[in-house]
Write a new protein. Structure first.
Length: 130
């Protein structure tokens, strides 16, 4: 049963979040083409710093949601364990910015200023920093 649940989770995350077992987050069959950059927020509903960081990311999503895909990942949810392990998240909040190839372009741990995260988005999109 555990194996089938794990296989199901891998199939679901491949379609919606990550390529299971791979070092980067990619869309299926996107190896030779660009994909939409993604910002992953790993947080926990019991974490006060996470509660302060979520509005920062939500604000950025309002600004860049058409150009960057935003994902909110609850680290305490057992179903998210493969993603948490893949990106070696050991604390929350953690922000991981993925470029168009699905590679990690920036990583922030803890509560960080919105401008720092925005600068990483600008970098990935090829825009000037704020």
């Amino acid at each position: 049963m555990r194996r089938s649940l794990s296989a199901w989770w891998c199939a679901m995350t491949l379609a919606t979040l990550v390529a299971c077992g791979g070092p980067t987050l990619t869309a299926p069959m996107a190896a030779d083409r660009d994909v939409q950059p993604q910002l992953l927020l790993f947080d926990d509903s019991e974490c006060s710093a996470c509660l302060r960081m979520r509005p920062v990311v939500t604000n950025l999503e309002e600004q860049y949601g058409g150009e960057v895909r935003f994902r909110y990942i609850e680290v305490g949810d057992a179903q998210n364990k493969p993603v948490v392990q893949q990106y070696q998240v050991s604390g929350s909040p953690t922000v991981v910015m993925l470029n168009r190839k699905g590679a990690v372009a920036a990583r922030f741990a803890g509560q960080v200023p919105e401008t720092d995260v925005a600068d990483s988005i600008h970098h990935v999109l090829g825009l000037k920093a704020s």
